[in-house]
Ligand binder design. Structure first.
Ligand code: HGY
Ligand code: MN
Ligand code: MN
Length: 432
């Protein structure tokens, strides 16, 4: 690291303002804010569009140029002294149906805080810096997840994404067109722009950092993930008149499949010691969903994750066997499709070294333990950017390891240290 790089990195770090960051978090959380302290701001809903407008105004007030692309990703650009590919930071602004104030939002707002700190420090970086708010990272309203970042690196994804529908039958493409039309003042730019590097700051969303009593995490990679839709077909019938032995009950089939999947995850996955197959059957749709009609169809989703992708391969094979076995029973048919899959992501050593340096300085200045290295249990947009440019992630702890829950929280001082580490990393990269 050159003297100039180091000096800029340290000055940027030292100009992060905790109170300003806290105010920004509270202001964004108001868009979709809930009475229980959580946030409901699913991708491209009205509150998400209002939140986007709020971010555009905040970025412009910091002197940024704002642009967007065909997937409505928002880019907030601080000019550099040279016309070089920018350093990218940021995250996503959409949330789970019942989310928290920090998942995604923290990375976007900390990126804007880095720009404010650079402005305060009067630092002009050779490279431009861009803060991004990716579209639909969560994938809860429209599947799959990370649509914006995956379409950014591979625009060929977008046509199929446009046909994804939400629970009310709204097409992603129609919601996307409405979002783009709502920002006529934001110029459109091509997808897949060159980036010199990418750093994403995020809450850990798990218990590791808090249990280790360490305020900062250097993320070495992201575990693999697969999402499936399982459909169980039966025959609707009268709950009172149909003898139990003559039913084709789609729910009985679905429950039997689910029980065998949980059993496989608990004992049959062969996950290496210290790792596990994490299985979530999160969304169920029952037809006709009536208290006194035997379900004619049940669809449920599977979210399967593991650091070792061979485990997911074994899981998929087991799912096929269970579906065939259970589907052969009385009139029950079981089908499944995989609609999202991502292999494990590993971040490059040179990026890990820089992020470690940034985290070490921030935690040392606070007289706190040095950073921990860990794998991310959650997926992030950085998993796609890692295939586009040198990429890294920084974590801060989640209280009680809770996320995707209104109770999601992180101590303000930890959020401050994370933003400091981000500022150091981004400023150094912008001088390379
Ligand atoms: O599901 C995930 O891992 C991310 O938080 N959307
Ligand atoms: Mn997230
Ligand atoms: Mn999330």
């Amino acid at each position: 690291m050159t003297f100039q790089e180091q000096q800029a990195a340290e000055r940027a770090q030292d100009h992060i303002d905790s109170a300003r960051l806290q105010d920004a978090i509270a202001a964004l959380a108001a868009f979709g804010g809930r009475g229980d302290g959580g946030v409901s701001r699913e991708a491209l809903t009205g509150v998400d569009l209002a939140a986007r407008r709020h971010l555009i105004e905040r970025a412009r007030a910091l002197g940024c140029e704002v642009s967007t692309d065909d997937c409505a990703n928002l880019f907030f650009r601080r000019a550099g002294s040279a016309d070089l590919p920018p350093v990218l930071t940021g995250s996503h602004a959409d949330t789970q149906p019942v989310g928290g104030k920090l998942d995604g939002a923290y990375g976007v707002l900390a990126g804007l805080e880095v720009i404010a700190a650079l402005n305060d420090a009067g630092i002009r970086t050779p490279r431009p810096i861009e803060v991004v708010a990716w579209t639909n990272e969560e994938g809860s309203r429209f599947g799959p997840g990370a649509m914006g970042s995956s379409a950014f690196v591979d625009p060929a994804c977008l046509p199929a994404y446009r046909d994804a529908v939400d629970g009310a039958g709204v097409r992603f493409g129609d919601a996307l067109d409405a979002a783009l039309a709502a920002a006529p003042d934001v110029p459109r730019r091509p997808m897949r722009q060159p980036m010199s590097a990418c750093v994403e700051l995020h809450i850990e969303q798990g218990p590791v950092l808090e249990r280790a009593a360490v305020p900062l995490g250097v993320v070495t990679g992201i575990q693999s993930v697969r999402w499936y839709r399982v459909t169980c077909a039966g025959m609707m019938g009268h709950a009172g008149t149909t003898p139990m032995g003559e039913r084709s009950d789609a729910m009985a089939t679905a429950v039997a499949v689910a029980q065998q999947l949980y059993a496989f995850a608990a004992t049959g996955s062969g996950a290496p010691a210290g790792t596990e197959l994490r299985l979530t059957l999160g969304r169920w749709q029952v037809t006709p969903n009536s208290v006194n009609t035997i379900p004619g169809a049940v669809e449920f989703t599977i979210d399967a994750r593991c650091v070792d992708e061979a485990v997911l391969e074994r899981f998929e094979a087991a799912l096929g066997e269970i579906a065939a076995r259970q589907g052969g029973k009385v009139g029950g048919k079981v089908g499944f499709t995989c609609f999202f899959r991502r292999p494990p992501t590993l971040f490059p050593p040179a990026m890990l070294a820089l992020v470690s340096q940034a985290c070490e300085r921030a935690s040392a200045q606070a007289w706190l333990p040095a950073p921990l290295r860990l794998t991310s249990g959650a997926f992030h947009d950085a998993m796609y950017l890692a295939g586009h440019c040198p990429t890294a992630m920084i974590f801060v702890p989640s209280e009680r390891g809770i996320s995707h829950n209104a109770a999601e929280a992180t101590a303000p001082h930890d959020l401050f240290l994370g933003a400091q580490a981000l500022a150091y990393t981004v400023a150094a990269l912008a001088h390379r």
